[in-house]
Design a protein around this ligand. Structure first.
Ligand code: UDX
Ligand code: ADP
Length: 474
């Protein structure tokens, strides 16, 4: 039996997926040299920063893993070509955003970075290299990668053999905020490919810490499709419970009670049933759009429409939150100070990609609100990029212009506010002293809780008005 032994790994793309995944592989496999490369030199500089608080991404547990492996067998570098040349295995973990123009705009994935990577690998790899798709990709992308790799990029010199490649799909299922736990104790590892030797080589790496029965092998296309479908199912659950939340508000039911009641049915299960302001993150929307595009491509319009509705419901949920807040504040928020608690798309991450806080804040700015935004981990510069607007320390008052400022503390955000809108379930928002906060707000003051983090009794005792997502009024 042929065994392909791996001594050196290169990962192209030092983002939310590539960084933590390679850190855990390096931590668990000290005998393998892992080099994570990226074109973005400030990102690489941040990964190499001796101050672990300055890593480019925030993930609980990441610092400990980095401090054990970095400089030992884990390296971050901008020398992409050298890292490819010395690697036995190359992971492609670059960004695959939704195309914003051309064929498939708004739905298909933009594969320009994946293609550029494949070309670079084809040009610089030496000997035999296993190339692994880590980024979420449309089904049959492996065929594109294979076609590029199998086209010689330059003529080999005399006595030099042409490089050879095997392509595998190994999608990542980690969720941000729990990335390290998900990587260290995955529900499963999925490896798609028909080259048994290459699949064995990758499986061997994971088997250093993942029980063998959790390492699933499929064909390439099943592996690529499974990643899209896993995300589509998860997102569908959130849109389902968010649709129920709206119905609860109208009928006098409570979505938390309904979620508990249905979640105790073991066939349904209790996870992913928290109603909220809508799903965000880099994957759900992008992957469903991708799935919709794929269905249309294969002439399955009914299937496409079915999945598209998951996104439509998500957009509706975000819009309706801004709308009902305005309605409760006497129909206008112009010139009113609103404290936004949480800007990240979920707790325990500094990532704001597709965060519901972005569209909700934009809607409120459009209404002329003065937003005071707090988030324990998101960089204010990122908020400015997301809102396409610089912060302003002076209120625009009643002239109709919406403004925003970053508040370093919750107290600072809430000072003088007419309403508090909680958009991310950061733990610290569960422990706020509402008696104290009520004293510094402008009455009649409201708390809008989209994440079920506050205790309604405490809010009532503090003399504040309250709206909770999914809570009907008798
Ligand atoms: C997701 C998948 O979970 C992960 O397997 C995949 O690899 C990448 O996409 P991620 O986007 O990081 O991970 O976070 P996730 O925990 O899935 O949350 C996504 C969004 O759904 C967040 O905005 C979150 O707040 C929201 N959500 C999640 C809810 O509104 N309710 C829930 O019950 C769960
Ligand atoms: P993800 O959430 O999937 O990890 P990110 O956008 O956080 O996505 O990270 C992808 C990274 O890939 C970015 O830092 C980007 O600079 C990097 N990248 C994209 N194309 C290339 C390339 N050809 N070579 C090296 N790095 C690349």
């Amino acid at each position: 039996m042929t065994i392909y032994s791996v001594h050196s790994i290169c990962c192209i793309g030092a983002g939310y997926v590539g960084g933590p995944t390679m850190a855990v592989i390096a931590d668990r496999c000290p005998h393998i040299t892992v080099t994570v490369v990226d074109l973005n030199d400030s990102r690489i500089e941040a990964w190499n920063n001796p101050d672990l608080n300055q890593l480019p991404i925030y993930e609980p547990g990441l610092e400990a893993v980095i401090s054990r492996a970095r400089g030992r067998n884990l390296f971050f570098s901008t020398s992409v070509n050298e890292a490819i040349a010395s690697a036995d295995m190359v992971f492609i973990s670059v960004n695959t955003p939704t195309k914003n123009k051309g064929i498939g705009a708004g739905q298909a994935s933009d594969l320009r970075w994946v293609e550029a990577c494949a070309r670079q690998v084809a040009q610089y790899a030496q000997g035999h290299t296993v190339v692994i798709e880590k980024s979420t990709l449309p089904v049959r992308t492996a065929a594109v990668i294979k076609a590029i790799l199998d086209t010689p990029q330059c003529q080999p010199g005399e006595n030099e053999a042409l490089p050879t490649f095997s392509v595998l799909s190994n999608p990542e299922f980690l969720a941000e905020g729990t990335a390290i736990r998900d990587l260290e104790q995955p529900d499963r590892v999925l490896i798609g490919g028909d080259d048994e030797v290459a699949v064995d080589a990758l499986s061997t790496i994971y088997s250093y810490w993942v029980p063998t029965e959790k390492i699933l092998r499929t064909n390439l296309w099943s592996s690529e499709l499974s990643k899209l479908i896993a995300n589509a199912f998860l997102a569908q659950r959130i849109s389902s419970i968010n649709s129920v939340a709206a119905l609860c508000e109208s009928t006098g039911a409570d979505v938390r009670e309904v979620a508990l009641a249905i979640g105790t049915d073991s066939r349904i299960g209790s996870k992913f049933l928290s109603a909220g302001p809508g799903f965000g993150g880099s994957c759900f929307k992008k992957d469903i759009l991708n799935l919709v595009y794929l269905c249309r491509h294969f002439s399955l319009p009914e299937v496409a429409a079915y999945w598209e509705q998951v996104i439509e419901l998500n957009n509706w949920q975000q819009n309706r939150i801004a709308g009902l807040l305005v309605q409760r504040l006497f129909g206008t928020v112009t010139g009113k100070r609103l404290a936004i608690l949480g800007f990240a798309f979920k707790a325990d991450t500094n990532d704001t990609r597709e965060s519901p806080a972005i569209s909700i804040s934009l809607d409120l700015l459009e209404e002329g609100a003065q937003l005071a935004i707090h988030d324990p981990k998101v960089d204010p510069l990122q908020i400015a990029r997301d809102l396409h607007k610089s912060p302003s320390n002076s209120s625009a008052g009643l002239n109709g212009e919406g403004t925003w400022q970053f508040s370093p503390t919750v107290r600072d955000a809430v000072q003088g506010a007419d309403a508090v809108l909680i958009l991310t379930e950061w733990d610290q928002y569960r422990k706020l002293n509402w008696q104290e906060l009520a004293e510094i707000m402008r009455a009649p003051a409201w708390v809008f809780d989209t994440r079920s983090v506050v205790d309604p009794v405490e809010i009532a005792e503090a003399g504040l008005l309250m709206w909770r997502l999914g809570e009907g009024v008798d």
